[in-house]
Design a protein around this ligand. Structure first.
Ligand SMILES: C[S@@+](CC[C@H](N)C(=O)[O-])C[C@H]1O[C@@H](n2cnc3c(N)ncnc32)[C@H](O)[C@@H]1O
Length: 181
């Protein structure tokens, strides 16, 4: 209901010939997009839980990625999400994923590089890494206004924009793209 409500807005397309597609919404698990056929999606914009830093269900719920307490396990489950994303996306199109890191016992838990790697492993190439600042975080403001901690508060998230290669594009070209350095 929330999704359909958000999608209900009016707009004036630049291309006057443009016909808006039919909107279909599905409720399900991002690890299994079984109602969506291969290579039928033009854009993926996704914002998964950052492992269990914010729980979205009260009890341990198999369908909820935020109920996973181990980063290794979370990374494995995100590999399934990445595999489904590349399966349903049309070649040449983009998949954007917003991801953040966490802190535990005053130490940094790197979640974003693990998620970045699984998306690369399934075959995506990275088009952009956009740093999103978390201006509205209560903790961030407190830190900047003088509260002292013995660590830095995490004030950003990573918006990774991946691209699925077209059939005639060679992945080697992107993997070896550091050659000129
Ligand atoms: C960081 S929030 C994203 C919130 C979103 N940006 C919004 O404005 O509504 C993560 C969302 O992922 C959902 N989620 C958790 N496990 C999931 C799964 N297996 N498949 C799909 N979504 C899942 C959570 O319920 C939560 O709504």
């Amino acid at each position: 209901m929330v999704t359909r409500n958000r999608l209900d807005f009016s707009y004036a397309p630049l291309d006057t010939e443009y016909k808006a597609p039919e909107i279909r919404t599905y409720a399900g698990d991002a690890r299994s997009l079984d109602l969506i056929e291969n290579e039928t999606v033009d854009l993926i914009a996704t914002h998964p839980p950052y492992a269990n830093i914010i729980p979205y269900t009260h009890e341990r719920n198999k369908g909820d990625l935020s109920s996973i307490h181990s980063i290794d396990e979370f990374t494995n489950e995100m590999q399934q999400v990445a595999a489904e994303c590349i399966r349903v996306l049309k070649p040449g199109k983009h998949c954007a994923i917003l991801m953040g890191d966490a802190r535990k016992h005053a130490h940094f838990i790197p979640i974003t590089p693990r998620v970045l790697q699984v998306f690369l492993d399934v075959g995506f190439v990275l088009r952009e890494n956009i740093i999103k600042l978390q201006w509205k975080m209560k903790g961030t403001r407190e830190n900047w206004s003088g509260t002292k901690y013995n660590f830095l508060l995490i004030g950003h998230e990573n918006l990774y924009v991946f691209r699925k290669l077209k059939e005639d594009e060679s992945k080697t070209k992107f993997k070896n793209s550091m050659k000129w350095w």
